[in-house]
Design a protein around this ligand. Structure first.
Ligand code: MG
Length: 160
């Protein structure tokens, strides 16, 4: 562990498909499609995990929770996040704050933002005011704009 503040960045994208539940930040979102992937495919939580792991120089989510490991089939990504927080604690880091953006053309995510913050703050073991979530559309552009995918970006600051 090195002393001082450490910043990390995370990005993720998942394809939107029929027949899957949509979960963002651990919160079930009412929508006719969900994100495709091995776990619950919570793209927001994945981006946050990567930001935290990046800040601690601990690699990325695929290193720790490989998507070919049957153990993680259908797993809640909040479980990944809790495990990441354990790894950070072991290395002597605390989460100072997390900021993230979710880009989805539909559904409207604003009504869910507060529940998502609370869900993530709980898994991160921080106060809600240490977690910010911004929801945007992609203005109809590219895969997100066509409703084919959801993207999330995150930054995290760790302190010793
Ligand atoms: Mg992912």
């Amino acid at each position: 562990m090195s002393e001082g503040n450490r910043i990390g960045i995370g990005y993720d994208i998942h394809r939107l498909v029929e027949g899957r539940k949509l979960v963002l930040g651990g919160v079930d979102i009412a929508f006719e499609k969900g994100l495709l992937g091995h776990s619950d495919s919570d793209v927001l939580t994945h981006a946050i995990c990567d930001a935290l792991l990046g800040a601690a120089a601990l690699g990325d989510i695929g290193t720790h929770f490989p998507d070919n490991d049957p153990q993680w089939a259908g797993a809640s990504s909040l479980e990944f996040l809790s495990r990441v927080v354990e790894m950070l604690t072991e290395k002597g880091y605390r989460v100072h704050n997390v900021d993230a953006t979710v880009m989805a053309e539909r559904p409207k995510l604003r009504p869910y933002v507060q529940s998502i913050r609370e869900s993530l703050a709980s898994a991160l073991q921080v106060d809600v005011d240490q977690v910010n979530i911004k929801a945007k559309t992609n203005e109809g552009l590219e895969s997100v704009g066509r409703g084919e995918a959801i993207v999330a970006q995150a930054v995290a600051l760790l302190i010793t």
